[in-house]
Design a protein around this ligand. Structure first.
Ligand SMILES: Nc1ncnc2c1ncn2[C@@H]1O[C@H](COP(=O)(O)OP(=O)(O)OP(=O)(O)O)[C@@H](O)[C@H]1O
Ligand SMILES: [Mg+2]
Length: 315
């Protein structure tokens, strides 16, 4: 078995002339909580649909749990739980009745333990109190949770969730986040899409970023943070600003200069330049350095730079 739960090579999907997914190479390690991040229309759902055999790729290769897809789809699907854009529930049936129908449709699920499986899944997503209510009377968030309960009916090696917190209130969002963490703690790989950066930061070990159908970054959250530029921030008396700027330029750090009672100069630190050498050079040439800081880009800075868009703020 491969150490990757999901692996794609050159995965591509065209709709007419539009490239919705463009040569995506995904590598999702087993056991990861993998955030699949990107603005609206960047190709997340289309990618997920191809991973699950719900849409045919125009080009490229897919492996899920080590197996080639879609050739091995039937063998792989029992180990995969999924929630994709609005699962279809019967509005006139209760949550329990809907899950029992779906469980019954799963040829691998023994009927004797069906009732227990369904009530356990409902409990895990916090829907026990509404189990007997008709789905017609569910809020959007409750339907979303019922969809997740469906993905949890059987023990899974991989759970794929497309925007699972869409439409949830802050309390529901927290519950889903905790649920995802608890799934991960049992060793299940979770692949979760979102356009909310803060959410991904709070629950994921790894992330990939989509922009316009292309994968523009992927790795552990720490790796992604390191990929952001690091900036030097120098505070000097106004009278030393010109000299400081000249020295920074000579070191390859052309600064932005902000004047106030003190002058603040900031500049990206190029690879191979140590921050302490910047301070040393300034001091050696007589700049009275009053403050020096190294600012690491936040993930948000990085993602804005990668996708050219801001991300929604999660409350
Ligand atoms: N069935 C389809 N036919 C034609 N174009 C489609 C189809 N499905 C998706 N697209 C287009 O492919 C692009 C990617 O869409 P997709 O739904 O994968 O994005 P997404 O990242 O999931 O967005 P969102 O955050 O809004 O869910 C969009 O431009 C969309 O309009
Ligand atoms: Mg989508």
């Amino acid at each position: 078995m491969s150490a990757l739960a999901i692996e794609t090579t050159g995965l591509t999907k065209r709709f007419g002339r539009q490239l919705a997914v463009d040569g995506v190479d995904l590598a999702v390690p087993q056991g990861a909580v993998f955030g699949f991040l990107g603005p609206n229309g960047s190709g997340k759902t289309t990618t997920i649909r191809m991973l699950l055999g719900l849409a045919q790729a125009s080009a490229g290769e897919i492996r899920v749990l080590g197996e080639e897809m879609p050739r091995r789809l039937a063998g792989v699907l029992p180990a995969v739980g999924a929630l994709i854009e609005g699962p279809g529930f019967y509005p006139f049936l209760s949550g329990t009745a809907n899950l029992r129908r779906l469980d019954a449709a799963d040829g691998f699920a023994p009927s004797a333990s069906r009732a227990a499986r369904v009530s356990h899944a409902l409990e895990r997503v916090g829907l026990t109190h509404a189990a007997g209510k008709k789905v017609r009377a569910y809020s959007l968030g409750m339907k979303q949770r019922l969809g997740i309960a469906n993905a949890l009916l059987a023990p899974r090696e991989l759970i794929v969730l497309d925007e699972p917190t869409n439409g949830l209130d802050p309390q529901g969002t927290r519950e889903v986040r905790n649920l995802i963490r608890s799934l991960a703690s049992t060793g299940t790989t979770v692949f979760v899409s979102s356009h909310l950066l803060a959410e991904i930061e709070q629950m994921c070990t790894h992330a990939a970023v989509m922009s316009g159908g292309r994968l523009v970054a992927q790795g552990t959250l720490d790796e992604l943070r390191r990929a952001g530029t690091t900036r030097a921030q120098v505070l000097v008396p106004a009278s030393d600003a010109e000299l400081a700027a000249r020295i920074l330029v000579s070191l390859g750090l052309p600064p932005e200069v902000l004047s106030g009672p003190e002058t603040e100069l900031t500049a990206p630190i190029p690879d191979g330049v140590a921050p302490e050498d910047v301070v040393a050079a300034l001091v050696r040439d007589g700049v009275r350095v009053r403050g020096f800081a190294v600012q690491r880009a936040s993930l948000e800075d990085l993602f804005v730079a990668l996708t050219g868009e801001g991300f929604d703020v999660v409350q």
